[in-house]
Design a protein around this ligand. Structure first.
Ligand SMILES: [Zn+2]
Length: 293
């Protein structure tokens, strides 16, 4: 089990193919109890699960399907054992529509085709982490909560992670991990761009809120030092004093040029106005994450 956070809220995440009844019981006790399973659209289609409309539409909100229970081998569907049985159907390549009943107590979420690079949110980060670990399609995740019913903040989920020695990753770290040669990026277009007299390769890719850009310099095979930046219209373009996005963006590009090998992942903000930070100050632009390749 791992903890994935965006700097503010966190989810507990475990591979659907591996989750035990004990882990599910823990998950139900320490989270909202809304147990979600991140799956691909192909898996959803194979199980006859249709994504629900998001109203009002927001490309950054998770895409839920109808809730489900396993059709056989469960009682009410709500116990930890029953929910594990349901998750196993969702996570198994052998799962068929007749193996599920609707509505139920487990909530499938369809991830963006480009995973966390397409939508940098908890569902996609959970799915990517499980896939990167070689545990297949289907990541169980649920939002960490406090005993008083409030959503855990950094202080309280950090305590939980420390108490149970859960590996802790930010969504930004999962984005970076995705780039280290594990999964192929679906490119729309490759071009080059000249910045401060240096020519960098720009690979455009699809995200939920528009096109993202992978700006690469130096080593053609590796990614060098990796920076993740989410577009902030007021900061990046207008140079607002209200945030440090503009400085962070240019500091990242300067650093890549200075060391001669690096990658900047530019993700769209999804909003016109606000600050586009990934909500993770210590990882937003200055972390040193060396590529293996
Ligand atoms: Zn900003």
């Amino acid at each position: 089990m791992a903890l994935i956070h965006d700097g503010n809220t966190a989810v507990l995440c475990v591979a659907g193919s591996k989750v035990s009844v004990g882990q599910m019981a823990f998950l139900i006790r320490r989270t909202s109890g809304i147990v979600c399973v991140a799956i691909t659209s192909e898996r959803a289609k194979g199980l006859d699960l249709s994504p629900q409309a998001i109203l009002p539409f927001d490309p950054m909100r998770p895409v839920f399907t109808e809730s489900v229970d396993a059709a056989v081998g469960v009682t009410t569907g709500i116990s930890a054992a029953d929910r594990v049985a349901t998750v196993k159907v969702l996570a198994s390549p052998e799962g068929r529509p007749r193996d599920l009943a609707e509505p139920g107590h487990v909530f499938p979420v369809v991830v963006h085709p480009n995973g966390v690079l397409g939508r940098a949110k908890h569902a996609e980060a959970s799915w990517d982490l499980v896939a990167l670990a070689g545990c297949g399609d289907g990541a169980v995740f649920a939002t960490v909560m406090n005993d008083d019913g409030s959503v855990s903040d950094r202080t309280s989920w950090s305590k939980l992670a420390a108490e149970f020695a859960f590996p802790t990753l930010s969504i930004t770290e999962v984005v970076k991990e995705r780039l280290i040669g594990h999964l192929e990026l679906e490119e729309v277009e490759t071009t080059s761009v000249e910045i401060r007299g240096v020519r960098l390769r720009a690979q455009v890719f699809e995200t939920a809120t528009g096109e993202g850009v992978l700006l690469r310099y130096g080593d053609a095979n590796g990614y060098g030092e990796v920076f993740v930046h989410r577009t902030c219209t007021v900061g990046d373009i207008l140079g607002s004093d209200g945030c440090s996005c503009h400085e962070e963006l240019h500091a990242s590009i300067d650093r890549i040029i200075e060391i001669g090998a690096g990658t900047l992942v530019q993700l769209p903000s999804g909003t016109v106005g606000g600050c586009g930070r990934l909500g993770d100050q210590d990882l937003s632009g200055s972390s040193n994450f060396q590529a293996a390749g």
